[in-house]
Write a protein that binds this ligand. Structure first.
Ligand code: PRP
Ligand code: MN
Ligand code: MG
Length: 182
């Protein structure tokens, strides 16, 4: 694993818990989408880890596509401004779409993305997120699959970054305040 020095305060969710929860969610997704043609849409860059780990647990035949949007920039708080940096390659008309995210914080990214993808004529659009901060929600987003509800702290690892770092940590941890106070 990466050498994080003393940048982390504590480990919130070790790799084994993330994996065990994904086993459960993958079984639900397999059951819910049985006999249907599923497209996973990963939201770059944060969702890379959960997308790979969920996809490899599914027994269903699936397709994977990616969208890059950004609402955070380099800071620790959401600006609410969503930009498309890379759009899907896939035509969504008639498709069953499952958006895969690392975290729902304010909900602004996902509520915008949901409306955007729904306007493209899919058969269905649902959301899976590894983490959700219920106390931070500025807008209610209906999320079908949630890995873990977490407290309103700044977390990194398992795809989540601070200033593009720490995404490669195999666990979710809280960042020591001296890192973002520097
Ligand atoms: C982060 C995170 C989610 C979004 C959640 O992405 O990965 O996509 O913010 O925040 P919200 O619920 O307040 O909208 P970010 O914009 O930092 O881009 P990244 O995935 O490339 O890190
Ligand atoms: Mn993201
Ligand atoms: Mg980010």
């Amino acid at each position: 694993a990466a050498d994080m020095g003393d940048d982390l305060e504590r480990i919130l969710l070790p790799a084994e818990r993330l994996g065990a929860r994904l086993d459960e969610i993958a079984a639900q997704v397999d059951a819910d989408y049985a006999g249907r043609d599923l497209l996973l849409v990963g939201v770059l860059k944060g969702a890379v880890m959960v997308m790979a780990d969920l996809a490899r647990r599914l027994s269903l035949p699936i397709e994977m596509d990616w969208m890059a949007v950004s609402s955070y920039g380099a800071g620790t708080t959401s600006s609410g401004v969503v930009r498309i940096l890379k759009d899907l390659d896939t035509d969504l008309s008639g498709r069953h779409v499952l958006i895969v995210e690392d975290i729902v914080d304010s909900g602004l990214t996902l509520s915008w993305l949901l409306a955007n993808l729904r306007s493209r004529g899919p058969a269905s659009v649902e959301i899976m997120t590894m983490l959700r901060k219920p106390e931070a929600a500025k807008v209610e987003v209906d999320v079908r699959y949630v890995g873990f509800e977490i407290p309103t702290e700044f977390v990194v690892g398992y795809g989540l970054d601070y200033a593009e770092k720490y995404r490669n940590l195999p666990f979710v941890g809280t960042l020591a305040s001296h890192v973002y106070a520097e």
